[in-house]
Design a protein around this ligand. Structure first.
Ligand SMILES: Nc1ncnc2c1ncn2[C@@H]1O[C@H](COP(=O)(O)OP(=O)(O)OP(=O)(O)O)[C@@H](O)[C@H]1O
Ligand SMILES: [Mg+2]
Length: 341
C-alpha cells in the first residue's frame, strides 16, 4: 500500500455532536467536514466555544457521554469509521494510532506515577514491551523530546518537573507508539513564549522524523503561520473556511476569517522572535449565536458586514475558488478578489 502526503489519513464527514442539558439540546458540532493527510500539520482556529476541542474529542470518542453524544457523521480512519467503532477498538486506537496532548499537562499527568511509568504504559499496553524495555524506550523518548539527564528524570514524578518539561513529557507519551496522528489542543498556552518556541521546534522535528500528522488547535495566528501546512477555520460548530496556510492567510474568502486576519499586526514577520507579543485571535464585534438556536442560514450573518437577505435563508455551502481552498460564503469570490487587489 503506497501512501503519500495527499492521501487522506482521516476523513471527517458531517460530524454532529450534541449535549443534553436542562435548557434543551445544545448543538455543539453542526456538520463538520475535513480531512487530515499523512505527515501534514492542519491547524484549527476559531474563537472560544466554536467547537475545536469537541471536534478533537469526538475523533477519539472522548466526548463525555452522557450528556454529550455524536449524533451523526463519520470519522473515517483509513477504511474504518471510528464514530461507530467498539470501545475495545477505540482503546487500541487511542494513544497508539491517534494520540492527544492537552493544554494543561498537570491535569493529564498522573501525580503518583513516575514519568517513566507513564510513558511506558502505552508501550506495554499497545506494543507489548516488558517493564524493562518500556523503561529503556521511555528514556529514549525523554532524550528525543530534549529532556536533560533522561536516565534520572525517568524516575521522577510530575511535580518535580517544570511546566515546559511536563509538556515535553506529554509529547513523549503521545509519541511513544509513533502514532499516525497527534492531536495537540492548545499545547503551549500555559507556557512562556521561549518555551513555546522550543515546543514548536520539537513538534516539527518529531514530525519530520516520524511522519506524524498533527491536528493543531490554537488561538494564536502566529503559531498558525509558523506551524500549519493547512488551516481550517471554525465558526459555531462548522468549518467555514479551509485551505493551504498561504492561501487562507493571504486571500481569506470568508468575512469571519478576514476579520480575524485584518486585525493582526503583520503576519508572516513571525520569525522576529524575542519579546514578541502573542497574536491572539482578534475580537470581532458581536456575539456568537446561541447553541440552542437551530440555525437557519449563515451563523455569522448577524456579525457580518456583508450580510444579505439570502444569508438568512440558506446555509451557504463550501465554495472552492482555488484547488484546496474553500469557504462557506456566497461572496467568497468577491471577497478574495478584494483582498488580493
Ligand atoms: N457539558 C456541556 N453541555 C453543553 N454544552 C457544552 C458542554 N461542554 C461543552 N459545551 C459547549 O460546546 C461548545 C464547543 O466547546 P469547545 O470546548 O469545543 O470549544 P473550543 O472551540 O475548544 O473553545 P476554547 O477555544 O475556549 O477552548 C461550547 O459552546 C460549549 O459551551
Ligand atoms: Mg478548546
Amino acid at each position: 500500500m503506497s501512501m503519500n502526503m495527499d492521501t487522506a489519513l482521516l476523513r471527517v464527514q458531517d460530524l454532529h455532536v450534541e449535549f443534553k442539558t436542562r435548557r434543551g439540546r445544545a448543538m455543539v458540532l453542526n456538520g463538520v467536514d475535513f480531512e487530515i493527510r499523512r505527515g501534514e500539520t492542519l491547524c484549527v482556529v476559531g474563537e472560544s466555544g466554536c467547537g475545536k476541542s469537541m471536534t478533537a474529542l469526538a475523533l477519539l470518542r472522548l466526548i463525555p457521554s452522557p450528556p454529550g453524544r455524536i449524533s451523526a457523521g463519520r470519522v473515517m480512519f483509513q477504511d474504518e469509521d471510528l464514530a461507530s467503532a467498539t470501545p475495545a477498538r477505540m482503546r487500541e486506537v487511542r494513544g497508539n494510532r491517534i494520540s492527544m496532548i492537552f493544554q494543561e499537562p498537570m491535569t493529564s499527568l498522573n501525580p503518583v506515577l513516575t514519568v517513566g511509568d507513564q510513558i511506558g504504559e502505552s508501550l506495554r499496553l499497545h506494543v507489548g514491551l516488558d517493564a524493562r524495555a518500556a523503561r529503556d524506550r521511555a528514556i529514549d523518548m525523554l532524550r528525543q523530546v530534549g529532556i536533560p539527564a533522561p536516565e534520572r528524570r525517568v524516575d521522577e514524578y510530575p511535580h518535580q518537573l517544570s511546566g515546559g518539561m511536563r509538556q515535553r513529557v506529554m509529547i513523549a507519551m503521545a509519541l511513544a507508539c509513533r502514532p499516525d496522528i497527534l492531536i495537540a489542543d492548545e499545547p503551549t498556552t500555559a507556557l512562556d513564549v521561549t518555551v513555546q518556541a522550543q515546543i514548536f521546534d520539537l513538534l516539527r522535528d518529531l514530525q519530520r522524523d516520524n511522519g506524524t500528522a498533527i491536528l493543531f488547535i490554537t488561538h494564536d495566528m502566529g503559531a498558525v503561520a509558523e506551524m500549519a501546512d493547512r488551516v481550517m477555520v471554525m465558526y459555531a460548530g462548522r468549518v467555514i473556511e479551509h485551505g493551504s496556510t498561504a492561501e487562507v492567510l493571504s486571500r481569506p474568502m470568508h468575512p469571519y476569517t478576514r476579520g480575524l486576519i485584518d486585525c493582526l499586526p503583520e503576519l508572516g514577520s513571525s520569525a522576529a522572535g524575542a519579546g514578541e507579543a502573542r497574536r491572539e485571535l482578534a475580537e470581532i464585534a458581536g456575539v456568537v449565536p446561541s447553541i440552542w438556536e437551530l440555525a437557519s442560514g449563515c451563523a455569522f450573518r448577524d456579525r457580518c458586514p456583508h450580510a444579505m437577505p439570502r444569508c438568512a435563508e440558506q446555509v451557504p455551502p463550501m465554495f472552492g475558488a482555488e484547488p484546496g481552498h474553500a469557504a462557506a460564503c456566497w461572496l467568497h469570490e468577491e471577497l478574495a478578489t478584494e483582498v488580493a487587489a
